[in-house]
Design a protein around this ligand. Structure first.
Ligand SMILES: Cc1ncc(COP(=O)(O)O)c(C=O)c1O
Length: 368
């Protein structure tokens, strides 16, 4: 890459960045391959879409679009605070939870300071760290999951912040409450621990910890969640962080005042009023995960055990051919070579018919 202007003028962390590679949009595949209706299983979105209540709220609030949104997110924060058993002063709203992950780095990490996360952890942690000139310290994974004792040991390097994903994307791995408890006891109280729970609503394990309940006991803990996944509102961009009032105060100093649109706030509030939609989405996910695991076993494909809404499957050296073959058949999955996992593809759980189409396409490709 040329180091002339403007690269010579960019801050050093930015030169080191590779832009986040999103899943291929349906429209792009349809345009490129002349496919009438593509199936997207590439971005861990909810195949059932948003709750009908959220859609109604979107329409009802359309007329207010000429006005700026409520910068304080008063109404949504009140509902969230009530549900989560925290004060509204402990909640920071974001333009997706990506935004709050970024705010955390911007509020707390200065150039040259260390930020810890696991190998195979969600790529945005590296991105937001480097963008502020922070130095990533990547702790090797164990069985694709976070090695919490080793991450706790890395606190000896005096990091400013530690990002943990539970479950993690793209591996779908999770850690139980007992491990998180011991971890939080070991990490010094002046190191921020950010627990990313983007997929928490999908997890059905009795030992899965609810991070929000641990905040009072551990004031250095920040929990991030999103409306993009089980609530099916990825396109609207809304997520949030829960933390102490003091951390929240600092995050709100760097937050852009109108970072969450009025319609996103209204739809999120409505979505929270529809627990049936959440449970329908969870049951569909469970069923499709089971079917996909069974399909993999039948075809002799290895996969990484996942508790989220996707399964990461090993295709070995054929993985990029399989990815291309699936595209030609109108199915978009996600390569994870950018996670140094070139032999794997990540598959988001879709509707039953979408999964049928994936299985048929995979069976045809592996028979070819
Ligand atoms: C682990 C994890 N955290 C956070 C996010 C960010 O999602 P959003 O910005 O849509 O809330 C994602 C999205 O894929 C994710 O996989």
């Amino acid at each position: 890459m040329s180091m002339g202007f403007p690269y010579s003028r960019a801050v050093s962390g930015v030169l080191d960045l590779t832009p986040y590679q999103p899943g291929k949009p349906v429209e792009e595949l349809e345009r490129e391959y002349g496919i009438a209706s593509a199936i997207k299983l590439a971005s861990n979105e909810n195949p059932l879409g948003p709750s009908p209540l959220a859609l109604a709220a979107l329409h009802e609030n359309g007329e207010s679009l000429a006005r700026y949104p409520d910068a304080s997110g008063f109404a949504l924060k009140a509902v969230l605070a009530d549900r989560l058993g925290v004060s509204a002063r402990q909640i920071t709203l974001g333009n997706g939870s990506n935004d709050v992950l970024d705010l955390l780095a911007r509020a707390f990490v200065a150039p040259g300071e260390i930020v810890v996360f696991s190998q195979f952890a969600f790529l945005v942690y590296a991105l937001v760290t480097k963008a502020v000139g922070g130095v990533p310290l990547v702790v090797p994974a164990v069985d694709w999951g976070h090695d919490l004792p080793a991450i706790a040991e890395s606190a000896a390097a005096r990091p400013k912040l530690i990002y943990l994903a539970n479950p993690n994307n793209p591996t779908g791995t999770y850690f139980p409450k007992s491990d998180l408890d011991s971890f939080l006891k070991r990490v010094p109280g002046d190191v921020l621990v950010v627990l990313d729970e983007a997929y928490c609503e999908y997890v059905e394990r009795s030992d899965y910890p609810d991070g929000v309940r641990l905040i009072q006991q551990h004031p250095n803990l920040v929990v991030t969640r999103t409306f993009s996944k089980i609530h099916g509102l990825a396109g609207l961009r809304i997520g949030y962080a829960v933390a102490s009032e003091e951390i929240t105060d600092l995050l709100n100093r760097v937050r852009q005042p109108f970072n969450v649109s009025s319609v996103a706030q209204a739809a999120a509030m409505a979505g929270l009023e529809d627990p049936d939609h959440v449970s329908r989405s969870r049951s569909n996910n469970d069923r499709q995960l089971t079917r996909t695991r069974e399909f993999c076993v039948k075809l002799g494909l290895e996969y990484i055990p996942s508790v989220a809404n996707f399964l990461t499957v090993k295709f070995g050296e054929q993985s990029s051919d399989i990815y291309d073959g699936l595209l030609r058949k109108g199915v978009i999955v996600r390569p994870v070579a950018n996670y140094q996992m070139p032999e794997y593809l990540r598959v988001t759980m879709g509707r039953p018919a979408e999964m049928d189409a994936l299985f048929d396409a995979l069976a045809a490709l592996s028979a070819a």
